[in-house]
Design a protein around this ligand. Structure first.
Ligand code: PFF
Length: 445
């Protein structure tokens, strides 16, 4: 087998691609929805805590495994566990790969909705009212049309390769997203009612921060948001030259992802109060009226009330969501693609199209049995598979990896105190902390 792997050409390229994977619908839709439902500031506070204590270390472990192995996630985990049992490592890699397909199967459907809403606003702007209404209303036909379009867009980028496709497109798309988000925030904060939203979002009600449901939602959200536990970050880590200073990279990715989630909250929560101020029914007993309401009813109603400008803002907003979703699907798709190319000898092109067909079939299944499968797949992925994978990563880097693995040996180093502390934190504290939260999730479910 040839040993020339495509790679990111710069550290900033890697950071943008990984941040592109992390920043997605989870940040712009998931985070504000959860924050709005869980007391605003209290959720933000717990989310930041969980991100620092658990999600960031898990991201570090995942990228570290890929970076050290310089292989796709199945082989990387196989290598990392070879001292103990290569088979178990590879099986865990395959489970992660299935998680990536599961993620893609529902994510591409939701991303298709975003694309449809972008076009709906544009159609209305062009005076095509009927088309606009069809695009804005959820229907099986719309799913059947837009899910494949979205899968195709992702495949078109991926098959160009790591540098020419993923790195270049992430570097183009991510800054556009940031600019659009900031523009929308500036607009919303000038509207009447926005200040009440700011208060709810930024001043935590500390009585709520110990609520177990809130802690669990915050953890699931943090793991999903940082894209950990399905191998996407591992495969990106493997496309970067072996790095001695990974701490900084992981901190940058976490800061970008958390920063965008924070900004999305700064847009959406005040927007909800602007909508309420304008007379729309937004909350009932401190809960949002229906989760989908937020993006697909309340915000569009708000945009509508702005007249023509609102249609432009609305197209911009949904375009922003579509772009964020696109860069997120790319990393998940790369997991099976890299495995098929490196371990099964497929060409990159063939692997990309084959994976796209598999995703098309699995999202087709979800569309056909939407009520039974859609929510269940999301729950299994975010509350079981992702936390369990992260637990496995902690055990791999802390315990199973052969000697010579810096993280395993690092706890024995006496001269570099910080590194030793970090190694011990990953080895001892993270697995226990994660297990405690996971058991609570199981009990609460
Ligand atoms: N982090 C993405 C989001 O917040 O929307 C979702 C995601 C992408 C999850 C890639 C998992 C993954 F591998």
């Amino acid at each position: 087998m040839t040993n020339v792997r495509d790679s990111f050409h710069s550290r900033i390229g890697f950071i943008l691609a990984a941040a592109g994977s992390a920043i997605g619908l989870g940040n712009i839709w998931g985070f504000p929805t959860q924050a709005a439902n869980n007391g605003g500031g209290a959720f933000l506070f717990v989310y930041l805590l969980v991100t620092l204590l658990l999600a960031l270390p898990a991201l570090y472990a995942e990228i570290y495994i890929g970076n050290q192995a310089q292989k796709n996630p199945v082989s990387a985990l196989g290598d990392a566990c070879s001292h103990f049992s290569e088979g178990i490592g590879r099986k865990a890699g395959i489970i992660g790969l299935c998680g990536a397909i599961m993620m893609l199967s529902f994510y591409t459907i939701v991303a298709g909705w975003m694309l449809a809403h972008t076009l709906s606003s544009m159609a209305e702007l062009a005076g095509m009212t009927q088309a606009s209404a069809w695009l804005a209303n959820s229907s099986t036909e719309r799913n059947i049309l837009f899910t494949p379009i979205f899968i195709f867009l992702g495949a078109a980028i991926i098959h160009q390769g790591v540098n020419a496709g993923i790195e270049r497109w992430s570097a183009r798309l991510m800054p556009i997203l940031l600019v659009m988000l900031i523009g929308l925030i500036i607009y919303i904060l000038q509207q009447p009612g926005a200040d009440k939203g700011l208060e709810v979002y930024l001043i935590p009600d500390f009585a709520r921060v110990t609520d177990p449901e809130l802690i669990i939602s915050a953890m699931g959200q943090a793991f999903f948001s940082l894209s950990i536990g399905v191998g996407g970050m591992m495969v990106y880590g493997s496309y970067m030259q072996k790095d001695k200073d990974m701490g900084k990279l992981v901190l940058s990715i976490t800061a970008l992802d958390t920063g965008i989630a924070f900004l999305a909250g700064l847009l959406i929560i005040p927007a909800l109060f602007v909508a309420e101020h304008a007379g729309l029914d937004v909350f009932q007993d401190n809960q949002l009226i229906g989760e989908g309401q937020l993006i697909f009813h309340i915000l569009p109603a708000l945009f509508d009330s702005m007249g023509t400008i609102g249609l432009i803002v609305s197209s911009g907003f949904f375009l922003l969501l579509s772009i964020a979703a696109l860069t997120s699907t790319i990393s998940s798709t790369e997991v099976p693609v890299a495995y098929m190319v490196e371990d099964k000898g497929f060409s990159r092109k063939k692997a990309t199209w084959l994976v796209s067909i598999i995703v098309l079939c699995s999202s087709g299944l979800l569309i056909a049995f939407f009520d039974a499968l859609f929510g269940a797949v999301i729950r299994v992925l975010t509350t079981i598979l992702q936390p369990l994978s992260c637990l496995f990563y902690f055990i791999v880097v802390g315990w199973l990896w052969k000697r010579g693995n810096k993280l395993r040996d690092v706890s024995l180093q006496k001269d570099r105190k910080w590194l030793a502390l970090w190694g011990n934190y990953l080895r001892y504290v993270c697995p226990v902390l994660l297990t405690v939260v996971f058991v609570n999730v199981a009990i609460l479910n």
